[in-house]
Design a binder for this molecule. Sequence first.
Ligand SMILES: [Zn+2]
Length: 197
Amino acid sequence: MFIEPRVGNRQQAHKRGWIEVICGSMFSGKTEELIRRLNRAKIARQRVEIFKPAIDTRYHEEDVVSHNATSIRSTPIQFANDMLLLGSGCDVVGVDEAQFFDEAITEVCVQLANSGVRVIVAGLDMDYLGKPFGAMPALMGVAEYVTKVHAICVQCGEIASYSFRNAASQEKVLLGETDSYEARCRHCFQEGMKGKL
Ligand SMILES: [Zn+2]
């Protein structure tokens, strides 16, 4: 389990920032892990702000909600750049569903971290085709800490790192995931993709 290098005392004059990335497939517990870290920061009396792309309206407009319904209040924003202004006074900035943000998110996270903010980014590392998703690879590159969390393959019970799409839609961004996606291991993902060609 990830243990913070430092949590409290971030109001000091010379506070230092860094970037953490939590990545994985759907149903891997990314959001739960993000919420866990942010709640710990809150307990340490840190000023915490959470952002998510305005596109992600699956459950509730303003809450970051995980599949098991733990939630934390968040601010939906349209562009990654909005975080610079809204997150500048914070000790900790959390970002959920980071793969849906524009490419600017990497530079935004770097700038926030450089200015002393602890930035925690959660997102899907691969899309439904098994390809790296959006800015996630770049974010992993600039992060100090990268945590890959895993789901369980619903086909065979092995460790899963792929999000397999059952629906026929060709849109890359398909929300309402519980019906449309399942976590699969590499083998079962490949088997499933064969059936689609
Ligand atoms: Zn499997």
